[in-house]
Design a protein. Structure first.
Length: 527
């Protein structure tokens, strides 16, 4: 493990850095940018759901300004990006005076988190319940779900997943949630998240502790790697029950996101930043994954089966027996990695040649944001830092052969200054990043590279990786019917809601500068 320093959110940033953008050592006057990075936090994402049985459309205000308008019963907005911190949220009948809200409450949103605000009514009392979505990565072949009780005349619920035929309400072992604690007093509460095999199921709903299912839904498909909030809406009394499926994208396997290998594979790229090692070949399990990799360049991503693999770095054209680095690394399924060849081949000790390993965080980002970190690969130098034009330290105390934590940054452009400390009374080395741009949905690894003994060699190398913008889709509610209903209720049709502010829908980010391909290993004889 490598030491990691803390990272703060950056002020207003956007655009796109080039794959291997190298900025020379220079000094420039930097202009002022807006928000102080020291006091800012990464955004949260927030989605609104109208579950008011028999009610009309609603408007939602965030801190006194409209964020969702005309939200019809049985529909949900897409996710909107909202600054972390405390916010006032008001819900009112669509088009009504803001002085007469149905609900009025204060909520605290954590940076990077995602929330559903479920709006319902029971016994003529309106309620808006904020529920946080579990964004942890989901195992390959699994989906995560919870059900939310938003039907005002149901009591203690049991929700079971049956086979796609729905024949006898059978369930898979371990895939039953008993609705414990989700009774009349817990209206709009969630049943707790669980994982289930991805697939197509019927949903069997039992009310009030009955032995047989009261209601059975048409089939529902749960895809691998997704989170599903299953909101039971409508009323039993008028046969209007439906299940509204809210979908949240979480971290997909790296191979799926980068277009390499299988979902069960790991993904890796290699970066050569050793000033004196010369061109190298990169061997994985004795075969060449990349040949003649030169200083200041990176390979494309390659897929590797999960488990242990031998990584050897050898002089270009050399044999495995002449390896400069020989290391066995354990790869987790679905995880993306990068390996940097750092240090000086001519030295031993702290500045000797090393293989620096980092995981790449490809989890979805809030709309309008990117992710970045600083990696110090300057041989012979001290701690590295990054400062904005207002003097705010964005990354600080990043030691040689170390990386900061990732920071979430706003889309935009900013002027940056990178510094590397030197021993004694020497002035630090400065690298200017004027007009640095970041683009929504991208991950940036900012490498400071070079040899501190020759200040002119210290440069900035930027690598980008395509992540995703967090999405939160809504399915059309599926009608929940009794086994022998006296009448067949019409399913609720999901109407689109107008979302004002927060830009919950975004244009496609486009192709990542690093085009993922599977590298074709070629045998390299050992001698």
């Amino acid at each position: 493990m490598f030491d990691r320093s803390s990272a703060r959110r950056w002020p207003s940033l956007a655009g796109l850095l080039t794959l291997a953008l190298i900025l020379p050592l220079c000094g420039v006057a930097l202009t002022t940018v807006g928000t102080s990075a020291q006091n800012a936090n990464s955004a949260a994402t927030l989605r609104f759901v109208n579950a008011i049985a028999g009610g009309g459309p609603v408007d939602v205000l965030l801190d006194g300004s409209p964020i969702a308008q005309g939200l019809a019963f049985g529909t949900a907005t897409e996710y909107a990006s909202v600054p972390a911190g405390d916010h006032g949220i008001q819900v009112m009948q669509a088009g009504q005076d803001q002085g007469q809200p149905l609900t009025d409450q204060k909520e605290t949103l954590d940076g990077g988190a995602a929330y559903n605000l479920i709006i319902g009514a029971q016994n003529n009392q309106y309620k808006a319940q904020l529920l946080q979505v579990n964004l942890d990565s989901v195992s390959v072949g699994q989906a995560r779900y919870q059900f939310i009780q938003a039907a005002p005349d149901l009591t203690n619920l049991t929700l079971q997943f049956g086979d796609s035929s729905g024949g006898n309400g059978s369930t898979k072992t371990g895939n039953t949630t008993n609705g414990s604690g989700v009774g009349t007093g817990d209206f709009l509460a969630g049943g707790g998240y669980q994982e289930i095999d991805a697939g197509t199921y019927t949903l069997h709903v039992t009310n009030g502790g009955d032995n047989q299912p009261n209601f059975t839904s048409p089939t529902v498909t749960l895809d691998s790697g997704q989170v599903y909030d299953l909101v039971i809406i409508g009323q039993q009394s008028d046969q209007s029950l439906s299940i509204l499926t809210l979908i949240t994208q979480v971290l997909a396997p790296c191979g799926t996101q980068l277009g390499v290998g299988k979902p069960t594979d790991a993904c890796a790229r290699f970066i050569h930043v050793s000033p004196d090692a010369g061109a190298v070949d990169i061997l994985i399990d004795g075969t060449a994954a990349a040949k003649s990799t030169s200083y200041g360049t990176a390979t494309e991503f390659t897929a590797l089966a999960s488990g242990d693999h031998q990584i050897q770095i050898v002089p270009a054209g050399g044999s495995a027996s002449a390896a400069l680095i020989d290391q066995t690394v354990t790869f987790d399924a679905g995880q993306a990695y990068q390996f940097a060849i750092v240090g000086l081949a001519a030295e031993n000790g702290d500045n000797g040649l090393k293989l620096h390993q980092d995981s790449i965080d490809l989890s979805p980002l809030p709309a309008g944001q990117a992710r970045a970190r600083l990696i110090n690969a300057v041989s012979g130098g001290g701690n590295a830092s990054a400062t904005d034009s207002s003097g705010n330290k964005l990354f600080d105390n990043v030691g040689f052969n170390s990386a900061s934590d990732y920071g979430v940054v706003n889309a935009g452009t900013v002027d940056l200054t990178f510094q590397v400390e030197l021993s004694g009374d020497q002035s630090p080395i400065s690298v200017a990043g004027k007009g640095t741009e970041f683009k929504e949905g991208m991950v940036y690894d900012l490498f400071l590279i070079g040899n501190a003994a020759d200040k002119s060699t210290v440069q900035l190398l930027v690598l980008t990786t395509q992540a995703t913008v967090r999405s939160g889709a809504q399915s059309t509610p599926v009608s929940v019917v009794s086994p022998v209903p006296p009448t067949q209720a019409s399913p609720v049709t999901a109407a689109s809601a107008t979302v004002v502010g927060g830009s919950p829908t975004t244009e496609a980010v486009g192709t990542a500068p690093v085009t993922p391909v599977v590298l074709t290993p070629t045998p390299t004889p050992a001698s």
